[in-house]
Design a protein around this ligand. Structure first.
Ligand code: NI
Length: 261
């Protein structure tokens, strides 16, 4: 069995010519599948090329809330492109999509919500799971999720670092909750407590590389190989061995992202 990095950005300029090395370094530590997540439509050609170059790299299509105003007034164009890309055999999810009130003014929030709603609908339409980014926007994330919830909406709260209520709403509607390097940060005591209570069969693990490197690499450029540090902390929280954590999170990955199976 192997680990899966369920959320990274291998196409980002941070890696450039090092892509090969980054992937090989992770493989040496047993991380053998990668989901390289899209943040805007312009990334699609690079992401698809990446999945052609590497059999074990998958990708997603979506628009991050940070780009809501940049791309947000052309919803028809976004919808068409997402639906078209979703037909690609290596595009296995919609996202990352969601709300980020850390960025942007109050005026951008309406555009963010519209874009999020569009992608929730696209997820249902295409049958692909949605990767949700939520930052400082818990209340609105909850209401949109509840508005759009249905039996054909599946997904993950990625890089989860919000409060317990959002985690619970996610679990209630059948979503997975994903742990990133944040759980290794000294100040993340409350978050670690939340992860103690996430059922093993709803847990995913990720790096969000190049962001959010776990301790002891905090502050450096993150890479998939560093996920082992997050796995050790998470296994400890769940009172299981690292192998057990690996097997369960990998099984969960293929259950949720069934197109990769
Ligand atoms: Ni990300």
């Amino acid at each position: 069995m192997f680990f899966v990095d369920s959320h990274c950005h291998l196409n980002f300029p941070d890696y450039q010519a090092e892509q090969n090395k980054i992937i090989e370094d992770a493989e040496k530590l047993g991380i053998k599948r990668f989901l390289s997540v899209g943040t805007k439509l312009e990334e699609l050609p690079d992401l698809i090329a990446l999945t052609r170059r590497y059999d074990h790299v998958f990708a997603s299509v979506g628009v991050h809330p940070e780009y809501a105003t940049e791309q947000g007034d052309n919803f028809l164009f976004i919808r068409e492109n997402i639906n078209k890309a979703a037909k690609d055999p290596k595009i296995i999810a919609i996202g990352e999509a969601g709300l980020d009130y850390h960025y942007g003014t109050k005026e951008t929030r309406e555009a963010q919500k519209e874009l999020f709603r569009l992608q929730l609908k696209a997820a249902k339409q295409t049958g692909l799971p949605i990767i949700i980014h939520s930052r400082e926007a818990e209340e609105d994330t909850i209401s949109l999720l509840q508005e759009e919830t249905s039996s054909d909406l599946r997904g993950v709260l990625h890089c989860f670092s919000s409060h317990r209520e959002l985690a619970q709403v996610g679990l209630d509607i059948g979503f997975y909750v994903s742990a990133s390097g944040i759980i290794t940060f000294k100040s993340a005591e409350e978050l670690r407590d939340i992860f103690k209570d996430i059922p093993m069969d709803r847990l995913l693990i990720e790096t969000d590389a190049p962001f959010l490197a776990p301790v002891p690499f905090r502050g450096r450029r993150n890479e998939p190989a560093f996920m082992i540090k997050t796995a050790e902390v998470l296994a400890d929280l769940k009172k299981v061995s690292t192998d057990q954590l690996r097997d369960q999170t990998t099984q969960n990955f293929f259950t949720l992202f069934s197109k990769a199976a």
